[in-house]
Design a protein around this ligand. Structure first.
Ligand SMILES: [Cu+2]
Length: 466
């Protein structure tokens, strides 16, 4: 009798304990409410005033969204701004209607309105979400956040860190310079700022411990700044690019991350207790310290972890190279680009006249100034495409294809020994990259430069898959 009472009691307790926890957990981990609204953040520290920004839940970076592979992403966006907005889930191979391109895949979310995004991301990895309405202003003001899809069994690390790297153009009073979409930015390198930040902070320090293993997820949320990061005495091991696993490789070369790109690194913190290591950018002429690791006095362990850091390989259909549609795309225009004329609204027009309307770039001689223009590619679902992108301009372009990852086949004719699946490859001046992918995701997709001022100035096109 005693034993039975005890069991019953135990069973009841277990039920009482389980029921509310399970349901609470479900809501907490799967449904996100994000409000796009103005906020204030301290970017440059206490000696300066806070900066007025726009953020998801008034934060920059916005609320981190982290779910497990296989879970549904369920996010309702409330627009508390005075302008329309929409949210793009960058790098996710999602259904077209969830892609967040206002005017193409949905109507913009008007001030006071909401929109619910729901889909199951097919790949684990490091992604991000950001506004896709007047992105050069809305992303520039802070409307972005990290989107992490965790592997079922991630590699064992001591810490999983996300760094959203940004580049702000601030005035002396730490307010955002209001010259979004300036002509010079559109025709040159895009909006390059003067205050590079990690997670919204300028020259912050990151405390670490000797022997610690960190998975560092780098996300470049800048309008246009590209980064090439060195980690001092540390030798990072690259494990993923643009969210997709690569065969891990250790490198002392600077890690290049174009605007919108992502790189996952494993860092084994090998510095001495009490020491410091600067993370230095060297993409442009003047190198600078982005941030600093500061080692605590007590080490975590004597020597680095030796466990495996391999991620599951990408689960993306292999393109059929033999029977692929061959498509060449040439990027032309911009300052020092030598483009004389291009097709603008269906007619050949001189570049000077096009530039007067704010457009300076063309893909295959077509200025991408509208979302109702004829597509650059019109293909049947399931068709493999071999896409060669030639950059004939004087500037780098991170070219983003929505809804797909592209397999990089060659750079300047040089084949690759390892697979790279990218959604935002950075193509340097005078460089040619060849890609292949299966057009397996139906819909009208954007293909555009993610230097956001370049996109606004005509560097975009549509891919129609039916
Ligand atoms: Cu560009």
């Amino acid at each position: 009798m005693k034993r039975r009472q005890f069991l019953q009691c135990g069973a009841l307790n277990a039920l009482a304990w389980l029921t509310p926890t399970v349901s609470a957990k479900k809501t907490a981990s799967m449904a996100f409410e994000l409000t796009a609204k103005p906020g204030k953040i301290h970017i440059v520290g206490p000696d300066f005033p806070a900066t007025d920004v726009w953020g998801f839940n008034a934060q920059v970076p916005g609320v981190p969204i982290r779910i497990k592979l296989g879970q549904s992403l369920d996010a309702t966006i409330h627009n508390a701004l005075e302008v329309p907005t929409a949210v793009h889930w960058h790098g996710i191979r999602l259904p077209n209607a969830m892609d967040g391109v206002a005017g193409l895949t949905q109507a913009a979310i008007q001030p006071g309105d909401s929109f619910r995004y729901q889909f199951v991301p097919p790949d684990a990895g490091t992604y991000w979400y950001h506004s896709h309405v007047n992105a050069y202003e809305q992303v520039g003001r802070g409307l972005y956040g990290p989107l992490i899809i965790e592997e079922a069994a991630p590699p064992k690390v001591d810490r999983d860190l996300v760094w959203m790297i940004d580049d702000w153009r601030l005035r002396d009073d730490a307010s955002i310079a209001n010259d979004f979409g300036a002509g010079h930015d559109r025709s040159h390198a895009g909006r390059i700022g003067n205050v590079p930040t990690v997670n919204g902070r300028f020259r912050d320090i990151i405390k670490v411990r000797t022997g610690e293993r960190i998975r560092l997820r780098l996300i470049n949320a800048s309008n246009a700044r590209n980064f090439a990061l060195s980690f001092g005495d540390l030798t990072p091991t690259v494990i993923a690019m643009d969210g997709q696993a690569v065969t891990p490789f250790a490198t002392k070369e600077p890690i290049v991350i174009g605007a919108a790109g992502r790189v996952d690194l494993i860092l084994d913190m090998s510095g001495d207790p009490g020491s410091k290591t600067s993370v230095v950018d060297s993409f442009y002429r003047e190198p600078f310290d982005l941030t600093k690791f500061v080692y605590e006095e007590n080490p975590l362990r004597e020597s680095a972890l030796q466990s495996s850091i391999d991620l599951p390989p990408p689960n993306i259909p292999e393109p059929d190279l033999q029977n692929a549609l061959v498509q060449e795309v040439t990027i032309a225009g911009g300052a020092m680009g030598g483009l004389r004329r291009a097709k603008f609204n269906g007619e050949w027009v001189g570049l000077r006249e096009i530039a007067q309307q704010g457009y300076v770039w063309a893909l295959n001689n077509v200025v991408g100034n509208r979302l109702d223009m004829p597509p650059l590619m019109d293909v049947k679902k399931g068709r493999s495409i071999r896409l060669t992108i030639r950059n004939e301009t004087a500037f780098p372009h991170p070219m983003h294809l929505h809804g797909h990852h592209m397999k990089l086949l060659s750079i300047n004719g040089q084949g690759l020994s390892e697979a790279r699946w990218l959604d935002s490859p950075l193509i340097l001046p005078k460089q040619t990259m060849e890609f292949a992918f299966v057009a397996d995701n139906p819909g009208k997709w954007l293909f555009h430069c993610h230097a956001l001022e370049h996109h606004a100035a005509g560097l975009g096109a549509l891919v129609n898959i039916t």
